[in-house]
Design a protein around this ligand. Structure first.
Ligand SMILES: *Cc1c(COP(=O)(O)O)cnc(C)c1O
Length: 482
C-alpha cells in the first residue's frame, strides 16, 4: 500500500463527501424548495397558463463550480416554471392535460431518498409488491384476471410499445410475414401506435384505417367486412387496436363488438385507454367501457386519468408467458436475483432493467386520499365538459358531437368558407392571452379548437374564465377580419 495512494484517498474523500448533505443542509435545501413549491401552488389560479416567451439557454449551462440551492431555485422559478404551458394549472385545457397531485411529489421524494430498485423483486420486495398492488387494482378495475401481468412504465407510448411487441411475437410476425400481415386501426388512434409499429420493425405491415361513425367511433361493421376481405385475399389479419377515449375527440370505440370480432378472427385485441381508461371509475360511465375486459392488452395512463405528474403509464396483458417471451432475459451477472415463485420482476416484462420506483407515486396518493376524490374529479370533469359545451352553444359557437368523455371541440362559424382562417386566428389570440390554454386540431378538414378537461385543478370558475378569454379573443378576431 503506497503512502501517496492513501494520501490521495484522504484528499478525495473530502471532496467526494460533499455529495452527502449535512442534516442542517438538508433542512435548508428542503425549506427553499418547499417555499417555492407552496408559493407556486398557491399562485396557480392567477398565474398565466401559457407563455410563448423563451428562456435564454445559457442560464442552464452546467459549470465546474457549484451553485447555492437559492440560485438554482431562482433559475428554475424564472426560466423553467414561467415559459411554455403550465401543466400544473387547472387552466391547462389543451392536448391531454396532466395533473401533478402534490402527494405524488412526496412519493417521488421518498422513493428517491431510499432509492428502491424497482426492477427486481429480489432487490426490493416491498417496491415490487407495491407496484404489483397498483397493477392488481388496475386489473380489477378493468375486469382483467389476476393471472394477467403488467408493468408501470413511463407513459402510454411505452405501454403501447410493450403490448404491441408482445402481440407481434405471440403472432409470430417475423420478416417473411410482415408484408402480408394486417393491423386494424381507427383514424383517430394515437400516433404513438404508428411510432411503436415502426420501432418494433413493423413499418411495412399493412395498416387498414377503419372509418368512423358520426361520433368518431370505429365502425365495427366495416371492420368485420374488411377482415373478411383481407382473409379472402390471403392476407394475415393479426391485430386490432381500439381506443377507450381518443385523443382528438374523446370517443370510445365499440369495445364489445370489436372484441367479439377480434375473438372470432383470432386477432390480438389491444385497447389504448391512455387518456380515457380511468373514467371507468365514474359509475354512470361504466357501460361505455363494456367489453374492455375482452382485450388481450390494455394501456392506461395514471399521469392523465389519475392526475399524477408526468412519467407513469401502465400496461396490463393477459398472456403472461407471451410478455415474458418478448421481454425477459437471463444474464449471468444477475444470477442472484433469479428466484422462483415470486411476483413478476418489472425487468422481465418491460424493456427496462434499473427502474425508478415510480409505482409509489400512484400508490401513495391513492392510499393518502382514498379513491373517492379521484372519482369525484373525473365525474366533475365530465360535467364541466358538458357545461362548457352548453355555454359555447348558447354563445353561438358550433361544437363537435356529444363526446363520450371530456374531450370535445368547437369553432366559430364565421362565413363558412373562411371558417378555418378565422378559427386559426382565434386560436392565436387565445394563445397570446395565456390565461387559459387550448390546443387545436383538424377534424374532417375543419380547423377546430379542442377542449380537453382532465387537469384536476380545473373547476367551474376555470371554465367561466375560459369562456371569457374565448369571447374576448373572438372580438379581436372579428376586428382583425373586418
Ligand atoms: C397520451 C396518449 C398516449 C401517449 O401516452 P404518453 O403517456 O404521452 O406516452 C397514447 N394514447 C392516447 C389515447 C393518449 O391520449
Amino acid at each position: 500500500m503506497s503512502k501517496t495512494m492513501l494520501k490521495r484517498i484522504a484528499e478525495l474523500e473530502k471532496v467526494a463527501h460533499q455529495l452527502e448533505l449535512s442534516p442542517q443542509q438538508r433542512e435548508n435545501t428542503l425549506q427553499v424548495i418547499h417555499r417555492f413549491a407552496s408559493d407556486f401552488i398557491d399562485h396557480l389560479p392567477e398565474a398565466l397558463v401559457y407563455s410563448s416567451s423563451m428562456p435564454p439557454e445559457e442560464v442552464f449551462k452546467i459549470e465546474e463550480k457549484e451553485k447555492s440551492i437559492e440560485k438554482i431555485k431562482d433559475i428554475y422559478a424564472r426560466h423553467v416554471a414561467r415559459h411554455g404551458i403550465n401543466p400544473a394549472s387547472g387552466g391547462h385545457l389543451g392536448y391531454i392535460p396532466g395533473g401533478g397531485v402534490y402527494a405524488a411529489a412526496i412519493a417521488d421524494y421518498l422513493a428517491d431518498v431510499t432509492n428502491e430498485y424497482a426492477g427486481m423483486f429480489y432487490s426490493s420486495p416491498g417496491a415490487t409488491f407495491i407496484e404489483q398492488q397498483c397493477l392488481s387494482w388496475i386489473k380489477d378495475l378493468f375486469g382483467f384476471p389476476e393471472s394477467s401481468t403488467g408493468n408501470l412504465c413511463s407513459g402510454g407510448s411505452i405501454a403501447n410499445l410493450i403490448a404491441l411487441t408482445t402481440a407481434r411475437d405471440k403472432h409470430q410476425i417475423k420478416n417473411e410475414r410482415i408484408h402480408s400481415s394486417v393491423i386494424y386501426l381507427s383514424e383517430h388512434v394515437h400516433h404513438c401506435v404508428q411510432k411503436a409499429l415502426r420501432i418494433i420493425g413493423l413499418e411495412d405491415i399493412i395498416i387498414r384505417y377503419i372509418p368512423l361513425d358520426d361520433h368518431h367511433r370505429m365502425s365495427a361493421e366495416i371492420l368485420a367486412i374488411q377482415i373478411a376481405k383481407d382473409k379472402a385475399h390471403g392476407f394475415n389479419p393479426f391485430c386490432v387496436i381500439a381506443s377507450a377515449g381518443t385523443t382528438d375527440t374523446g370517443a370510445i370505440d365499440p369495445l364489445k363488438k370489436i372484441g367479439k370480432i377480434a375473438n372470432d378472427n383470432d386477432l390480438w385485441y389491444h385497447i389504448d385507454g391512455a387518456y380515457g381508461g380511468f373514467f371507468i371509475l365514474v359509475e354512470r360511465l361504466k357501460p361505455l367501457f363494456e367489453g374492455i375486459e375482452l382485450a388481450d392488452s390494455l394501456c392506461v395512463d395514471p399521469h392523465k386519468g389519475l392526475f399524477l405528474p408526468y412519467g407513469l403509464g401502465a400496461v396490463i396483458i393477459k398472456d403472461r408467458e407471451a410478455v415474458y417471451h418478448s421481454h425477459h432475459y437471463r444474464a449471468n451477472y444477475m444470477q442472484d436475483a433469479y428466484l422462483s415463485g415470486i411476483p413478476d420482476n418489472a425487468a422481465d416484462v418491460s424493456p427496462e432493467l434499473s427502474k425508478h420506483f415510480r409505482g409509489l407515486r400512484m400508490w401513495l396518493p391513492l392510499q393518502l386520499h382514498g379513491i373517492a376524490p379521484f372519482r369525484a374529479n373525473l365525474e366533475e370533469k365530465i360535467l364541466l365538459t358538458h357545461y362548457m359545451r352548453e355555454r359555447l352553444v348558447d354563445l353561438g359557437y358550433d361544437t363537435g358531437p356529444e363526446p363520450d368523455l371530456s374531450v370535445s371541440y368547437f369553432w366559430w362559424p364565421y362565413k363558412n368558407e373562411d371558417d378555418n382562417a378565422f378559427n386559426k386566428k382565434l386560436m392565436e389570440f387565445i394563445h397570446q392571452d395565456g390565461r387559459v390554454y387550448f390546443s387545436s386540431t383538424v377534424i374532417d378538414g375543419r380547423f377546430v379548437i379542442r377542449i380537453a378537461i382532465v387537469a384536476f385543478r380545473t373547476r367551474k370558475e376555470t371554465i367561466d374564465k375560459a369562456i371569457k378569454v374565448i369571447e374576448e379573443a373572438k372580438e379581436k378576431t372579428i376586428d382583425y377580419f373586418s
